[in-house]
Design a protein around this ligand. Sequence first.
Ligand SMILES: Cc1ncc(COP(=O)(O)O)c(C=O)c1O
Length: 355
Amino acid sequence: MRQATVYIDQAALQYNFNRVKQLAPTAKIVSMVKANAYGHGIKDCLAALSSTDAFGVACLEEALEIRNLGYAQPITLIEGAFSENEMTIAINNNIDVIVHHQLQVKWLLTHKAAYQAKNLKVWVKLNSGMNRLGFKFPEIINIIHTLKAEGFTCVLTMHFANADADNHPLNEQQKNQFLQVKEVCAPIMGSCCNSAAIFKWPELNFDFVRPGIMLYGASPFADQSVHELDLQPVMTFTAEIIALNHIQAGENVGYGSTFSAEQATDIAIVSVGYGDGYPRAFIQPNYVAINGHPTRIIGRVAMDMIAIDVTDLNATLGTVVELWGKDRLVDDVAEANGTIGYELLCRLSSRPVRR
Ligand SMILES: Cc1ncc(COP(=O)(O)O)c(C=O)c1O
């Protein structure tokens, strides 16, 4: 049997969840489990996150999956309902919506009685400069006043465009607008922190924090590793050696013959490739780990196989190779491939076996 395997460490997920609690002790935690829990598999992750206060997802289908698995915590639909019909399904399933455009407000007002009968909160999204979703200042003030006057319980929410960057001028603008709206609309609950903001701005934790990537043990920052942040990688992605070759100086490996050995080299072929979601396009040398030792990938990544240098590593058929996990951090693989850990985690294919 082909051995490309994804292991999910539920204890690591719980450890990271407790890190959020340490960093934001007074806020409720909305665990972001969109995109199949950032590619980790929603079912296993929910089991490890059962003490979370709420879940955050990107669409109704993801929210309904959580309900179907039997979890009763509040769920926030972070892009809101995409139609009036979705609004009614959300209400029937006790799902809080975000509103970020006028039509959503209209649907909400149309279904006000049902919404309020379920004690659901309305998350009102401020567009403070990211310019994806939300009402701008001062339009949002009128919307919040209207919703409050209609008896809704509101949460003012926004998302930072550059929470991972030091000294980006938009951060101050976004913070100031959020604080201003919060003050004008007081009393109102607030939520603006993703993982990076949870680490950087404890004063902005307010009522709900929305950690995503940190729960899964990857770093929200390009210049700080998960070890420095005291987080534990949740996903370990491995495969096994299925062939061993000894090549002489001048021999090539793989498609395009891009690798040419400078000296005699022991190479191993590992049963993983871009068909599993392993990235092909590395722009810097890329490594895997064998028993904690980094060893380089040579030649091109193919659909089902990669070649690695196992000179002096005592590798045999069946030796387990860590593609990312605790020894080879997903963030480092991402950097070598010109992307971010989020993407690699989310875009694994359904092909690796899940454990
Ligand atoms: C609205 C919102 N909140 C929170 C998060 C979590 O962000 P992170 O994974 O960086 O913690 C996301 C992720 O994209 C988001 O879109």
